[in-house]
Write a protein that binds this ligand. Structure first.
Ligand SMILES: [Zn+2]
Length: 166
């Protein structure tokens, strides 16, 4: 098995070149650094096997151009996290990243198998994928919260286990 290199620089190399103009977000290099740090934080709690590729892209490239368009998605086949970042704050982009990284972790553990045959309503209609969505929202949000608190106040003395969603 390929060993995950646990360094920020290694992870920064996972970003593809499909970058929006620098003007579309206040500081794109800051966003990339923070996604890398978030990834490393989540890796300590979830244990990824490999770093997924992350593509930061303009929201206009989203097929759904309405206000409620996608903010990000994970493709289990090519193991790519795609984030639509135009006109979004760094914190908001990081929240999307944490959610999609949980989907990557699920995929590495064979939990997204039904995804190939799914339609747009998989999160509502497929019972397993519904649970995986609960898990991605729960784990993604709480790990992001803990990550933020660790950055603000230093590491916590307590390491709460993540609740199991069967
Ligand atoms: Zn999701």
């Amino acid at each position: 098995m390929k060993r995950l290199k646990d360094t920020k620089n290694y992870y920064l190399n996972q970003f593809r070149s499909n970058m929006p103009d620098v003007q579309t977000i206040p500081d794109i290099s800051q966003l990339k650094q923070k996604i890398a740090l978030l990834y490393l934080y989540m890796n300590k709690h979830l244990g990824f096997r490999e770093a997924p590729r992350v593509i930061l892209t303009k929201s206009e490239e989203n097929a759904n151009k309405q206000e409620l368009g996608l903010t990000g998605y994970y493709n289990p086949q090519d193991k790519v996290v795609k984030l639509f970042i135009t006109n979004r704050s760094i914190s908001d982009c990081l929240r999307s990243a944490s959610h999609e990284l949980v989907h990557h972790w699920q995929n590495e553990h064979g939990m997204l198998n039904a995804m190939e045959n799914s339609n747009g309503h998989y999160a509502q209609e497929d019972p397993n994928l519904r649970k995986r969505e609960y898990e991605a929202f729960l784990y993604g949000s709480i790990l992001f919260r803990d990550f933020q608190d660790e950055k603000r106040y230093g590491p916590s003395k307590v390491n709460n286990p993540l609740p199991k969603i069967v």
